[in-house]
Structures are given as structure tokens and as C-alpha cells.
Design a protein around this ligand. Structure first.
Ligand SMILES: Cc1cc2nc3c(=O)[nH]c(=O)nc-3n(C[C@H](O)[C@H](O)[C@H](O)COP(=O)(O)OP(=O)(O)OC[C@H]3O[C@@H](n4cnc5c(N)ncnc54)[C@H](O)[C@@H]3O)c2cc1C
Length: 389
């Protein structure tokens, strides 16, 4: 086992950090305030090969893995210039299409996802199902060779920027019982699909949407993977999602910690810098330790995933991805809170961005999978405890 990143990974980390620094939090703040998309940063990251670094080379990707994609997301976020749709477009959708798509689907979608010219959103969450994905009610029924898809989705990120949404549904024949997911690449301009932005109080450049699907007609080749596939087809995308969510949280924690440390070194109200007071220094030191622990867990999850430990035979990557997401979200919440405390009144000035980051960091405890559902998974799968629900 070698805890050092190889030369290519180190170079990627450096290049992504440089890109993030050129945009920084100021760029994010401007975009959030104006309601604009982070198109310049997104397209530049695509051009540099960062967005598709995990996708196969023959479809325009970089031929790397989740480890490399997580490096990019962590560094951009740590610089204050997070790209939320990286969690969705290349990580979830790119992975699922790369693994289960037909040759034609791979050629249709992967190059655009890799260079950033096309974005694919992902929709599983429903108003009445919530964390219980087995209760989703979006239904697909056959009509000749076509499919007709109907249902509702909620909190779907980035739909207004997306060319298509990877929609998780169930077939009419398997409408009840344990979820047998069926996935469709649904163009955002498909007849019968409507979407509406939800007013959100988080400082993110991507908005969340309600989707209304009313007999959306899709051709047979919109089906990604098999109609009666096992859950594995869906989990192929959800483990990368958790690793990437962890990288966002690690990046947020780093941004908050760096901001707090820089401030604590120069702010002096009793003659010496406030960072000399243990009441501030120790919580920051604790966060540094917890941050390194969370990052290590994220790197373990990504390494296991990239070595194929998420097959029917191994839950190792899934277990590590859940633990990484949990640990990273916890430290992001603590780091932003302690960051605010360190900056005092200045924390609430827009210039520093820490107060706005509180709510953003807090999302990590709820999405893409809540803290309680991770604890349920660990209690049942890792510890073998019985389930209560
Ligand atoms: C900013 C943001 C972006 C998002 N983007 C997307 C997206 O792009 N695509 C998408 O499909 N979804 C997206 N989501 C949705 C997100 O995945 C869900 O919000 C999340 O899975 C939780 O589901 P819920 O909101 O329905 O909460 P609920 O399931 O209603 O849960 C509410 C509370 O009850 C707890 N709870 C539920 N069941 C149990 C249990 N068995 N044991 C203990 N506690 C339990 C939960 O942990 C939580 O604390 C996004 C959400 C946000 C906030």
C-alpha cells in the first residue's frame, strides 16, 4: 500500500487547484447572485480534460477513475469554485452509461459529458418516496417499441443546463415491491416533460427542480441497460455519487479551515493573533485531524471502486463510499461552523463566504443519501444488526 499519489495524480491535483484558484469563491458568489450558470469554469474544466477524467479514452475521456475525478472536485471546491454537476454528469451518468449503455449510447453521450458540452442530470428522488427508493412510483410502460414514462421527481439538480436526465423508474410489471430500477436517458425537451425550479437557500450555482413527466414518449434506445436488471445497474452510479459527495465535503472543509487559519493568523485583538488562543486553535486542530481522516476514507473508497470492489461479490467499495460520505459531511459541517466562529462578525460578510457555506455544507448530511440512511446501512450491512423499517 502506497499512500503517495503517483506523478500523474499529483500533476492533476496541481492543475485542478490552479484552475480553481483562477476562479475562486468570488466567481461562485457572482454566479449565485446573478442566477447564472458557471459556464466558463465548466467549459474550461471540460477542455482541460478534467470533467471526463474518469471516462474511457475511446469516448473522449481521460481513462482514469473515480480517484482522479474526486481529485478535481476536491481541489475546485477547496478553492471556492465547486462544480456540483460533476457529481452527477460524469460520475453518475457517465459511469452508468459507460458500464451499461449500448455502443451507440456511449458514442452519443460520453464525449459531450467528457468535454462539458453536454450535461446529463440524474433523477431518482420523489416527493412521496424520499429516502425509501423502493417506493418510487415513476412508471414506464411499453407502447409498441416505445416507452411511456410518467411520474414526478423532486430536488433534481441542474435540469435547466442538461441535455437529458437519467431518470430512474420502474416498469409497469414491477410496479410494487422491491425496486427493480429501469433507467432512461430522457431529453430535457421531450414532449410531456416539464420542470420548475425550487427556491433554495443554498449558495450553489446549480438549481434544483421539480420534474413532471406525463406520458413522456421515449424510443427503445433511450433505455439504458436492461429493463429487468438488478439493483447493481443503479448502484454502479450511486457509489461514485457518494465518493464525489465526499470530495465536495472535503473541499468545503478545506476551504473553511484555510479561511479560518489565515484569518486567525492575522487578526489580533489582545496583542497576539487570535489563533494563539487555544479556545480557537484546538477546534481548528481537531478539524484538521478529522479532515485528514475523512479524506483518507474517501481515497480508500475511490481506490476500492477503481479496483472493481463494487461487484456482486464485493461490497467493499460501497461500504467505504458510505463511510467516506458520512465522515466528510460531518467534518464539513464542523469546519464551516468553527470557521464562522473564528471570523466573528466578519464571517457574515459576503466577502469571506463562510456564513453562506454553512447551509451548503449542511446539505452533505442530507444528500445524496442522509446521515441516518448511511448509519442504517452500516448498522445492518457492516454490523449485521436487524433493521427497524
Ligand atoms: C441540494 C440538493 C440537491 C439534490 N440533487 C438531487 C439530484 O440531482 N437528483 C436526485 O435524485 N435527488 C437529489 N436530491 C435529493 C436528495 O437525494 C434527498 O433529499 C435525500 O435523499 C433525502 O431524501 P428526502 O429529502 O426525501 O428526505 P426523507 O427521506 O423525507 O428524510 C427526512 C429525514 O428522515 C430521516 N429518515 C428517513 N428514513 C429513515 C430511517 N429508515 N431511519 C432513520 N431516519 C430516517 C432522514 O435521514 C432525514 O433525516 C438533492 C437534494 C438536495 C438538498
Amino acid at each position: 500500500m502506497d499512500f503517495r499519489e503517483n506523478d500523474e495524480q499529483q500533476a492533476l491535483r496541481k492543475a485542478a487547484a490552479e484552475l480553481g484558484a483562477r476562479y475562486g469563491y468570488e466567481y461562485t458568489r457572482r454566479k449565485v447572485r446573478s442566477g447564472e450558470h458557471p459556464d466558463e469554469l465548466w467549459l474550461e474544466a471540460g477542455k482541460l480534460g478534467f470533467l471526463g477524467v474518469n471516462l474511457p479514452e475511446q469516448y473522449g475521456g481521460g481513462g482514469g477513475g473515480m480517484y482522479e475525478l474526486a481529485i478535481v472536485e476536491e481541489e475546485l471546491t477547496a478553492a471556492g469554485a465547486s462544480l456540483l454537476m460533476m457529481v452527477v454528469s460524469p460520475a453518475i451518468c457517465g459511469t452508468v452509461i459507460g458500464r451499461y449503455g449500448t455502443e451507440e449510447q456511449k458514442r452519443r453521450w460520453l464525449p459531450g459529458i467528457a468535454d462539458g458540452s453536454e450535461i446529463m442530470a440524474f433523477a431518482i428522488t420523489e416527493p412521496d418516496a424520499g429516502s425509501n427508493s423502493h417506493n418510487i412510483a415513476t412508471t414506464a410502460r411499453r407502447d409498441g417499441d416505445d416507452w411511456l414514462v410518467s411520474g414526478r421527481k423532486i430536488y433534481i439538480s441542474g435540469v435547466d443546463r442538461a441535455a437529458a436526465v437519467l431518470v430512474v423508474a420502474r416498469t409497469e410489471d414491477a410496479r410494487t415491491g422491491r425496486l427493480k430500477p429501469v433507467l432512461f436517458a430522457m431529453p430535457t425537451d421531450a414532449a410531456g416533460l416539464e420542470y420548475r425550479a425550487i427556491d433554495m437557500d443554498i449558495a450553489w450555482t446549480d438549481k434544483q427542480f421539480l420534474l413532471f413527466m406525463d406520458d413522456v414518449r421515449l424510443p427503445a434506445d433511450a433505455l439504458v441497460g436492461a429493463a429487468d436488471a438488478a439493483l447493481a445497474q443503479l448502484f454502479a452510479g450511486l457509489n461514485p455519487e457518494r465518493i464525489m459527495a465526499a470530495s465536495v465535503s472535503v473541499g468545503i472543509a478545506r476551504y473553511a479551515l484555510d479561511t479560518a487559519v489565515a484569518y486567525a493568523q492575522q487578526r489580533a485583538v489582545w496583542g497576539q493573533p487570535i489563533g494563539a488562543h487555544q479556545g480557537l486553535a484546538h477546534p481548528l486542530a481537531q478539524i484538521k485531524i478529522e479532515l485528514e481522516q475523512a479524506k483518507l476514507m474517501m481515497q480508500k473508497a475511490a481506490s476500492l471502486y477503481d479496483s472493481g470492489e463494487d461487484s456482486a461479490n464485493s461490497m467493499a467499495a460501497g461500504e467505504a463510499a458510505n463511510m467516506a460520505k458520512y465522515a466528510a459531511a460531518e467534518v464539513a459541517v464542523r469546519a464551516t461552523d468553527q470557521g464562522v466562529q473564528t471570523l466573528g462578525g466578519n464571517a457574515f460578510a459576503s466577502e469571506y463566504g463562510l456564513a453562506a457555506l454553512l447551509a451548503t455544507a449542511r446539505v452533505g448530511r442530507v444528500a445524496p443519501v442522509s446521515r441516518e440512511m448511511v448509519l442504517n446501512f452500516v448498522a445492518q450491512s457492516s454490523l449485521g444488526l436487524p433493521r427497524s423499517y
